[in-house]
Design a protein around this ligand. Structure first.
Ligand code: FAD
Ligand code: FES
Ligand code: FES
Length: 479
């Protein structure tokens, strides 16, 4: 096996505390040897790549009421397990924090957004992370807790370098808050990536401006992927006291382009990134001047989630005990919380009624890029290669082998009839995502099909026939 293919990892303990206090006590005891688990879409890859040695994982998912969005007294609050899906579904964020809604919609793919959290995005602290810019422009604050007490840190003071924050090893993030955008305030987020899904930003930007009678009284511009941390551009000051005219826009965009210190990497050269800052910012400011900042928001947001309620009952057992997952309606119990992804756990433990291993869920890339491992977790399409097996404890999983409703059988027949299967390796992932898409949306346009399946890659380039398979399958009905 080549070094890059060796993704084995293990920790000594996997804990799912029932309260924040229990989580804080564990963090205090194990400090930098422990890591908090939210969606694990960053963390699992770091474990597999041995970026940092960790003895203990502390999964917050068994603690009640840590997700969701609230607004009171003009402040919008996100819980620490609020996913990007919950953000894009939130009317509050859409109305009072549009740049964040737009940034979350740009993260990964629908499968990734069903697991990945905003707080995980903030704490990973990559300068390419989309919601950092949105929340910086929105002047957000981060609530931190430890057994020593709580503190509030402005997001603009949170970062100290590439992937570094002011958080102490015994602290965790309990909330993110930002002032709701009022009627005189507008803002937006925009991103340039190399693909329409799963694309790390080449450059992204978020702008929030306050206007009084057309004159800007306050402006915040955050730029990502152009410096060691996401930065607030001084160029924003050049807008204050002026209206948004072609002249003030071009001046601000040029100043911002001159301010950034990007690097050249596999995605773009430094010079191209600087150029992009000017172009992207100029277009965003023109869009804000025209009041068109919401125009790109989709008529129907695709989440690949069925919207139903699913009860999850984590086992109240010891930290390293076997986990129990309901797979295609059958309980499966096996160890794995300390060393496996859900994908590997399913493929090596779940069996059909006739005793065969359920290996229909495929590993295409094992790093969230291809969608081949898509399964349904509590009715949401997720990437099994990015879910920790321990985090699936107590949840319901459907794999391709369990997709046997008449509607899903019709869908699979259409894949065959339309020639949407060539080598077939990507097919289970496409069918799982397509099934979610049809359940969620009913009748679909071709654009919605392409959008909904953008997190799935087919190496045999069968996209047109895959779209055709969905277009030609009637929705609904049971026969
Ligand atoms: C294929 C792929 C595509 C991606 N595309 C994008 C993209 O387009 N844009 C983008 O910005 N990101 C992207 N990401 C990165 C990642 O998905 C996001 O950063 C995501 O929001 C992380 O959230 P999570 O819940 O999975 O975090 P986790 O992996 O669970 O945690 C990330 C870090 O935060 C820490 N942490 C989590 N919660 C807390 C807490 N409450 N207190 C203290 N520490 C905490 C963890 O210990 C860990 O260090 C992508 C990743 C993959 C694999
Ligand atoms: S996305 Fe999971 S295997 Fe490629
Ligand atoms: S059919 Fe071969 S990868 Fe898609």
């Amino acid at each position: 096996m080549h070094d890059v293919q060796d993704r084995t990892w293990s920790v000594d303990r996997f804990e799912r505390p029932a309260t924040i206090d229990e989580a804080l006590a564990l963090l205090d005891r194990y400090g930098s040897d422990a890591r908090i688990v939210a969606g694990a879409t960053d963390l699992l890859l770091e474990l597999q790549r041995h970026i940092r040695t960790v003895d203990m994982l502390i999964d917050l998912s068994a603690i009640d009421d840590l997700d969701g969005v609230d607004m009171s007294a003009g402040t919008v609050t996100l819980g620490p397990l609020t996913t990007h899906r919950q953000v894009v579904e939130s009317d509050i964020v859409r109305q009072f924090g549009l740049p964040l809604a737009q940034a979350s919609l740009e993260v990964g793919s629908a499968q990734l957004r069903n697991r990945a959290t905003v707080v995980g995005n903030l704490v990973t602290a990559s300068p390419a992370n989309d919601t950092i810019s949105a929340l910086l422009a929105l002047d957000a604050q981060v609530e931190l807790a430890s057994i020593d007490g709580d503190r509030t840190v402005s997001l603009s003071d949170f970062y100290t370098g590439v992937r570094q924050t002011v958080m102490a090893s015994n602290e965790l993030v309990t909330a993110v808050r930002f002032p709701a955008m009022s009627s005189g305030t507008s803002g937006m987020f925009a991103k340039v990536g190399l693909r329409s899904a799963q694309a790390i930003s080449v450059v992204h930007a978020a702008v929030v401006i306050e206007r009084l009678g057309g004159v800007i009284s306050n402006a915040r511009i955050a730029l990502g992927s152009v410096a060691p941390t996401v930065v607030l551009a001084d160029a924003a000051r050049s807008l204050e006291g002026s209206a948004l005219t072609a002249e003030t826009i071009e001046r601000c965009a040029s100043l911002a382009s001159g301010e950034v210190t990007p690097i050249t990497d596999g995605r773009a050269t430094a010079a191209y990134r600087s150029h992009l800052v000017r172009v992207v910012l100029s277009r965003m400011l023109h869009t804000l001047a025209a009041g068109d900042e919401s125009s790109q928001w989709p008529t129907r947001v695709i989440t690949l989630a069925d919207g139903g309620t699913h009860s999850s009952i984590p086992m109240a057992a010891g930290p390293n005990d076997p986990i129990r997952v309901l797979i295609n309606g059958t309980g499966v119990t096996a160890p794995g919380a300390t060393h496996e992804s859900l994908l590997d756990w399913i493929r090596s433990n779940a069996r059909s009624r006739s005793g065969e291993l359920l290996t229909g869920t495929k590993e295409g890339c094992a790093e969230g890029e291809c969608g081949a491992c898509t399964v349904h977790m509590d009715g949401q399409s997720v990437l099994a290669c990015l879910v920790l097996a321990g985090s699936a404890d107590g949840h319901e999983i459907t794999t391709i082998e369990g997709l046997d409703s008449p509607d899903d059988v019709r869908l699979q027949d259409s894949f065959i009839a339309c020639g949407a299967v060539q080598c077939g390796f990507c097919t289970p992932g496409f069918v799982m995502a397509a099934s979610s898409l049809r359940t969620e949306m009913g009748e679909l346009t071709a654009d919605e099909i392409r959008d909904g399946l953008s997190g799935n890659i087919c190496r045999c380039t069968g996209y047109e026939s895959i779209v055709e398979a969905l277009v030609s399958t009637p929705t609904g009905g049971t026969s």
